[in-house]
Structures are given as C-alpha cells and as structure tokens.
Design a protein around this ligand. Structure first.
Ligand code: 4AD
Ligand code: MG
Length: 461
C-alpha cells in the first residue's frame, strides 16, 4: 500500500500502486468517472480515473460516494489536469464501507467550524481540520526534537495529583466515591479515608512541580502531556483539557529561561515551514493571510522584552480605551496582552517581573520584595502563549510565600524538601500547545486545533 503524500511527491508514471482512503468527491462522466481519494497523509488527494474496464464498474460507481472507504489498485499516469502531476488509472476498486449520500453530513459546500464541532467523529476528513491535525503532529515532533537534541530528559508527570501547582483552585476532582451518597464524617465533611486514594485527588493543572523534582536529579527535563483546568473556558483561547510543554532547568535563571523559550519557538516555526509547506500555504490562503509573514518574522527577529512595570506604563500612555482597568498590581487582561504584542511591538513580547501578589507561590521573589522573576510570552492575536519563571529555591522565603497565599505548607512538604537537600537556582516555563497551534495556523478558535475539545458542556467525542 502507498500513502498518497509519497505518491504525489515521488510517484512516477508507470508505477503500479494500491491506494487506500476515503472518497472526497466523485465526478461521473459518460464513459468514466473520477474519484478524489484522500488518506489523511496530505492536503491534496490523488485523483483516480475509473473506466468500464474496472470489474463491476456499473455497480461500484453507484455505490461509491463521498465519504466511502475504498482501495484502488492501478497504475500512475501523467495527468492532464492542471493542478496535478499524476493520477491513478484504476484497474480494480474495492469498496470497504459505503456512505449514504442522502445522510452523509459532510457536503461539498463549506461548513462552519461551529457546525463541524458537532461532528467531532468526522471533521478530521475536512481540508482545514486535516491540515490542523497534521500541523499539530509536526509541532509535537519538533518539540521532542528540540529538547532531545539538547539533552533534556522527557519525564512523565502524573495526571492525577494531590497538589494544586498554580494555587488557583481550578482543579477537577477525581473520586471513586458515589457522588449521590458520599460517606460523611461526624462534622459533615466528606470522609476521604473511604475514597480510592484515601485523600482528595485532582486532575493536574500543570506538571511543573513534579518536573522540578526530576530536574533536581537530571538537570534538564521536560514534560509534554495533558493538563486540566476547571476555569471558565468559554473563550476562544481556553480549554478545560489542554496539552502543555514544560521544560525545567537546574542551574538556570530567568534570562536563560527566556533565551530557551525564544529559541524553542523559533525552532518550531522553522520546522513547520520545512515539514508542512503545503498545509501552511493552505492556512495562508484560506484562514489567515498573515500566517506566513508571522512565521518569517518570528524566525528572523528577536522578541521584544519589557518588564511588567514598563508594560503597564505603555498601556497607561496608549490612546486605546480598554474595557478592563490598567494599574500597577492588576493582572494584564487578554486585551492588554494583545495590544502590547499586536499593536505596540507587532511581534512576540516577553513581559517579566510581575507583582508577586498576582503570580503563583513558586516564583522567585526579587530583591525589591514586590516582584517575582516571572515571564510571560505574549503573541499577536493570541496573548499569553507561554508562562514561566525562575523558581524560589530558598526554603524560608518559599515557606512564607506558600503561607502568604493561603496554602498549606504541609501539602508541599516534598516540594520544600527539594530546598532542604541540594537546592539550586532553577527555572522553567509552560507552553500551551493548543495556543501555539492556533498562533501558527491562524485558527480563530482553540476548539478547532485539538481533535476532541473539552469545554463547559462539551465532552461528547
Ligand atoms: O501560565 P500557566 O498557568 O503556567 C503554568 O501552569 C506553569 N506551571 C508553567 C510552568 O512554568 N511550568 O500556563 C502555561 C500556559 C499558558 O501560557 C497558556 O499558553 C496555556 O498554558 N494555558 C491554557 N491553554 C488552553 N486553555 C487553558 N485553559 C489554558 N490555561 C493555560
Ligand atoms: Mg499564566
């Protein structure tokens, strides 16, 4: 069996091949028929030409419709068509699965992405979602290549955890208890001793804390896995389940962290242009006419770098009216992030040194006692794409910070132990994988860059 991508690239007239895939379109003429076959390997399909010499031609041509699965055996020939170099002259056609044209939901016309979301089981067969999922695969490959080439260990951090890395209380609970009849203690609280883990457990919001454990033994590590947030994800940038890439480096400060993050994004863009040129051209032509210029700009220019304090003053000085207030001490909202990246700098910008009060407990407190060594990378059209920091490696300050945020140091005993035994300055960041794919493809809604999006009210497919 041959994959269509390879045939389109290197197949030669005269090659005998068998192609297996789904019928995208059928065109019946008087003495022959064209089938456009797609097997998901590439955006472009392979045109098969069927003539009555194909056994059972008359019956097959009635049964084979858009959406049907077939294998087609034949010989490649030079094509007369203007958009294709070769086509497949069929000798035999096998129909694996029919698709009733009166009910098959993917019609030839363009469907809205919203409608396609109701067809999570079929939408991968469309041009756009096909291109998105191939780009997703290429980005994932690039991520591993980048870190493996630099000697980072890929570590697998747990999905089920007892600790809230971000301290934001946005965790989904995991329980084996019967929710309708929870065992209760005398004081009315749930009796977790009867639960599977004998304590409250949650889906992880981030693998960072465990990645830090591993970095304290292997120096440079990264995670790449699903993370979960029970936050309001009714936006085009939030999912309840998303994938995160989290490198963690021992013997590293915030500057090293930012440099790595910038090299990392440049590498992935370069990889994508090299490995998915056809899909990227499709996004440029059909989705967002700035994607190629953006990629080029990322690869060839340095990111802007400003402190949070500078960013706030830029926002205060701007003539733009914002919906949300801007003042030192308040978190930047998506509109502020987008103004900075899209309008002011017109390229990705790294904002550093945020107020300690609005950032997580693990970020390293600066000498001023007010700010932490945090960095967010803000991208045009997306806003925050990466969040990272140098970590607090000093036991006393970390303990105070945990308490100051109303968290229980007891829960983090092992995290504090890492500061007791062989502590070292270290840093890392988290890249939202879907936001990256959105940024690269120009797709408007994050729900269309993950095969099975999870958001309020949606867990069907
Ligand atoms: O900024 P966040 O919350 O940082 C962390 O979780 C750190 N523990 C990472 C680290 O330093 N190792 O999340 C990191 C990134 C964000 O910048 C954003 O791109 C993405 O994860 N993200 C989301 N993506 C989709 N849906 C959501 N609900 C997201 N929340 C965060
Ligand atoms: Mg963040």
């Amino acid at each position: 069996m041959s994959r269509i991508k390879e045939l389109l690239a290197t197949g030669q007239p005269g090659d005998a091949v068998t192609v297996k895939g789904w019928v995208r379109t059928k065109r019946e003429l008087k003495d022959f028929a064209f089938l456009e076959l797609n097997d998901g390997s590439s955006l472009a399909g392979l045109q098969a030409v069927l003539t009555p010499t194909v056994p059972n031609y008359d019956a097959l041509i009635k049964q084979v419709n858009t959406g049907a699965t077939v294998s087609c055996e034949g010989v490649l020939v030079a094509s007369q068509g203007k958009n294709q170099r070769i086509e497949l002259q069929a000798k035999a056609l096998t129909l694996w699965g029919e698709a009733d044209p009166t009910t098959y939901p993917l019609q030839k016309k363009r469907h809205s992405f919203e409608f396609l979301r109701t067809l999570g089981h079929l939408r991968g067969r469309t041009n756009t979602l096909g291109a998105v999922f191939r780009v997703r695969n290429a980005c994932a490959t690039a991520i591993h290549q980048f870190f493996q080439a630099r000697g980072f260990l890929w570590v697998h951090t747990p999905i089920i955890t007892a600790s809230d890395c971000e301290g934001a209380g946005e965790m989904f609970g995991v329980t084996s208890l019967n929710l309708e009849n929870l065992p209760k203690l005398a004081n009315g609280q749930v009796d977790y001793s009867q639960d599977f883990f004998e304590r409250p457990a949650y889906l992880t919001v981030s693998g960072q804390l465990e990645a830090e454990i591993m970095a304290m033994a292997f120096s440079n590590v990264y995670t790449f896995g699903p993370t979960f947030r029970a936050e309001n994800s009714n936006t085009s940038r939030h999912l309840a389940e998303f994938w995160m890439v989290e490198p963690e480096m021992a013997f590293c400060d915030l500057e090293g962290d930012m440099d790595l993050a910038e090299d990392f994004l440049k590498f992935i863009f370069r990889y994508l242009l090299e490995h998915c040129p056809e899909d990227m051209q499709f996004f440029q032509d059909r989705i967002d006419q700035t994607v190629l210029a953006t990629a080029d700009q990322i690869i060839h220019n340095e990111f802007a770098r400003v402190t949070y304090t500078e960013a706030v003053s830029l926002l205060e000085k701007s003539s733009r009216t914002f919906e949300f207030p801007v003042a030192w001490g308040l978190d930047l909202q998506s509109e502020h992030e987008r103004y900075l990246a899209e309008d002011y700098f017109q390229k990705p910008v790294i904002v550093t040194d945020y107020p300690a009060k609005i950032k997580a407990f693990y970020m390293r407190l600066s000498e001023d006692g007010q700010t932490v060594r945090a960095m967010d990378i803000l991208a045009p059209k997306i806003g925050e794409i990466i969040g990272g920091s140098q970590r607090e490696e000093r036991l006393d300050i970390l303990t105070q910070r945990i308490q100051a945020q109303g968290l229980d140091p007891q829960t983090y005993w092992w995290y504090l132990d890492l500061r007791r035994y062989g502590t070292v300055p270290h840093a890392g960041f988290g890249l939202g994988f879907e936001r990256l794919v959105q940024f690269m493809t120009g797709m408007d809604n994050i729900r269309d860059v993950i095969p099975f999006p999870r958001f309020p009210g949606s867990a069907e497919f």
